[in-house]
Design a protein around this ligand. Structure first.
Ligand code: BG6
Ligand code: MG
Length: 221
């Protein structure tokens, strides 16, 4: 068995990836830029400021001061916080809590590896905090995804070697981070964006503990 599962939050445990997108879309509109779901794939897993930079870059005529950027990032976070205000346990994606239970029942540890400053709050709202042995959020890392630091930080904190870890991600940047850490990567979503994952499922309901372990065991050999 592996020793640690490290889960991304937004888009894996809960559908907050959609709320991030809606909040960015509203913010982009405010500066006269329009973004679609395809562009949004490159924002998944990326920190708030870096996401803003990528949106600003869509219009080369935009020139914003650091202060203006800070203020726009704060606006986006306010939009986002409004959208997640009323989420609760019903917003945990299908199959996730069962998977967390199966992992715990096998005495394998669980960590969160999120780029979000709102991660702990979201986990609390979902009522899932007690499943997690360790939480890595934006405050704990210097280099965000696709750098492996988010995932290695969780493993290091729990004293587990990387080849005994499984990372679960919905973002291309996240899969790259897991692979870069030499951990087994599970991608949740479309092959189009997650082709580099060691194992891909189309949605969270297909995240079956025994199947993941089988795939991991083959990979480890
Ligand atoms: C990641 C999301 O989990 O967190 C990104 O995939 C988001 O979309 C990033 O931009 C940062 O989140 P926050 O809550 O700190 O703005
Ligand atoms: Mg995600």
């Amino acid at each position: 068995l592996p020793k640690l599962f490290i889960f991304d939050l937004d888009g894996v445990i809960t559908d907050t990836a959609e709320f991030h997108f809606l909040a960015w879309q509203k913010l982009a509109e405010k500066i006269g830029v329009s973004i679609d779901r395809e562009f949004n794939e490159q924002l998944k897993g990326i920190s708030r400021m870096e996401s803003l930079e990528r949106i600003i870059a869509l219009d080369p005529s935009l020139s914003l001061s650091d202060e203006e950027k800070e203020s726009l990032a704060t606006d986006k976070n306010e939009y986002y916080k409004q959208l997640i205000e009323s989420i609760g346990s019903e917003n945990t994606l299908p199959g996730i809590e069962e998977l967390l239970k199966d992992i715990k029942a096998s005495n394998v540890q669980i960590a969160l590896g999120s780029a979000s400053k709102n991660a702990q709050m979201v986990l609390d709202k979902l009522g899932l905090t007690t499943y997690f042995d360790y939480v890595v959020d934006a405050a704990k890392v210097a280099k965000g995804k696709p750098d492996p630091e988010t995932f290695t930080t969780a493993a290091d904190a729990l004293g587990i070697s990387y080849e005994n870890c499984i990372g679960v991600e919905d973002a291309a940047a996240g899969v790259q981070a897991i692979n870069g850490a030499n951990m087994f990567s599970v991608g949740v979503g479309s092959e189009e964006y997650l082709a580099n994952a060691n194992y891909i499922v189309s949605d969270t309901l297909k995240l079956d503990f025994n199947q993941i372990i089988k795939e991991y065991t083959v990979w480890k050999k």
